[in-house]
Design a protein around this ligand. Structure first.
Ligand SMILES: CC(=O)SCCNC(=O)CCNC(=O)[C@H](O)C(C)(C)COP(=O)(O)OP(=O)(O)OC[C@H]1O[C@@H](n2cnc3c(N)ncnc32)[C@H](O)[C@@H]1OP(=O)(O)O
Ligand SMILES: O=C([O-])CC(=O)C(=O)O
Length: 371
């Protein structure tokens, strides 16, 4: 038995939710470029869960279900207030809060298809409330209740700031949610599938996935990109900073991908959004710095930007705190996680691969006093 490092190239499951073939990303066969230009996030959520685009009444019903399920138990909001607030990363708060949601769900252990679908709706609805409420509580502000007449993207921005967002902000945020919704068998989705393949519950699968997304080699990279842009500070500093990192063999966050070799098709949409929004906020320097970083990293290492690179300056331009970038990724990706969890339940087999043993051969036990 020989291990494949990082499971590269290993085909671990079948799925009909999303695919990456020849650097093209599709959700249920729809090209991501088509969806990014035309579909709302709620349509994409429906697509991932039902494997078909919704009709008018189906979309209206899903929107209503999401809006109606956004409120979270007061106990969880009170719990936020007990945290050592300045030390807690919002991804850790989200991980705990999603775990707590299960405690207040009477159907948490009901494994019927109907109950699991309802839990998917509740997780999708409540995660945006949890992220925005935590952000406010740590600033000493009260959470803002969702408005049932707003769409998902608008509601997130409204609950975050307490102000009704502008149309351009809603459009950009909605598109970012569409672009992050699913991505074949990425690390967090695989984690979710492994977890629920033991027939554990959907909350456990999503909590496990949040943990996997948090790391800087996966969803956590978007926050690190913003940290890098902040450190570099000016266009003049870019070359020296990036060249030094590359010379030291440090990774440049937001570049490279396990599956894409020619480039991540989502990055160009975020690049365009970054250009527009940074200019609107009179912070074009962030876009200019990003473009120069891309020129150097692509030129020297042949590594194109991934979804996390330009999303950083997009979220910054929406006045979002930098440590909320990865929780926002989770708010979108929970649609994909839950779609994969439901798909796993529908045709389940325990996921249990083997390991190549590289430790010592058979050894004889030595009593502790003789070691
Ligand atoms: C939503 C997402 O999860 S998208 C990915 C987000 N993560 C990041 O942006 C973090 C930075 N990128 C990386 O760490 C990697 O490119 C990953 C984790 C995305 C993919 O990793 P892998 O497929 O395992 O590639 P691996 O890390 O083995 O890299 C292969 C080679 O490219 C180099 N490389 C890969 N990414 C980068 C990078 N961002 N900066 C510099 N060099 C890089 C590696 O150093 C390695 O070089 P070597 O062969 O000389 O040792
Ligand atoms: O697919 C991956 O490995 C990582 C990624 O881009 C994503 O999860 O969106």
């Amino acid at each position: 038995m020989t291990a494949t490092r990082g499971l590269e190239g290993v085909v671990a499951t079948e799925t009909s939710i999303s695919s990456i073939i020849d650097d093209t990303l599709t959700y249920v066969g729809y090209d991501i470029d088509d969806l990014a230009s035309n579909a709302s996030f709620e349509e994409v959520v429906y697509l991932l869960w039902h494997k078909k685009l919704p009709k008018v009444d189906e979309l209206a019903e899903l929107k209503q279900q999401l809006a109606e399920n956004m409120a979270v138990p007061q106990e969880i909001l009170n719990h936020f207030k007990t945290y050592p607030i300045n030390k807690v990363h919002p991804m850790s708060a989200l991980r705990t809060a999603v775990s707590m949601l299960a405690l207040y769900d009477d159907a948490a252990e009901d494994m019927s298809d109907e109950a699991n679908y309802l839990k998917a709706i509740q997780l999708q609805a409540k995660m945006s409330t949890l992220v925005t409420a935590f952000s406010r509580v740590r600033k000493g502000l009260e959470p803002v209740a969702p408005k049932t007449d707003l769409g998902y993207a608008a509601n997130f921005l409204y609950m975050l700031s307490g102000e009704l967002p502008e149309a351009i902000e809603i459009e950009a945020f909605d598109k970012a949610l569409v672009l992050h919704a699913d991505h074949e068998l990425n690390a967090s989705t695989f984690t979710a599938r492994v977890c629920v393949a033991t027939l554990s519950d959907i909350y456990s699968g999503v909590v496990a996935a949040i943990g996997a997304l948090k790391g800087p080699l996966h969803g956590g990279a978007n926050e690190q990109v913003m940290k890098m842009l902040t450190e570099i500070d000016t266009l003049d500093n870019v070359d020296a900073y990036i060249n030094e990192k590359l010379a030291n063999k440090d990774k440049i966050m937001g570049f490279g991908h396990r599956v894409y070799r020619l480039g991540d098709p989502r990055a160009k949409h975020l690049r365009e959004m970054s250009k527009k929004l940074t200019s609107l906020r009179e912070e074009s320097k962030l876009y200019d710095m990003s473009i120069r970083i891309e020129e150097i990293v692509t030129g020297q290492k042949n590594l194109p930007p991934n979804v996390d690179f330009y999303s950083a300056s997009v979220y910054h331009s929406l006045n979002i705190d930098h440590d909320l970038f990865t929780p926002i990724f989770a708010v979108s990706r929970v649609s994909g996680w839950t779609a994969h969890i439901l798909e796993q339940y529908a045709n389940n087999r325990l996921i249990r691969p083997r390991a190549e043993y590289i430790g010592p051969g058979i050894q004889k036990y030595i009593p502790i006093e003789q070691r």
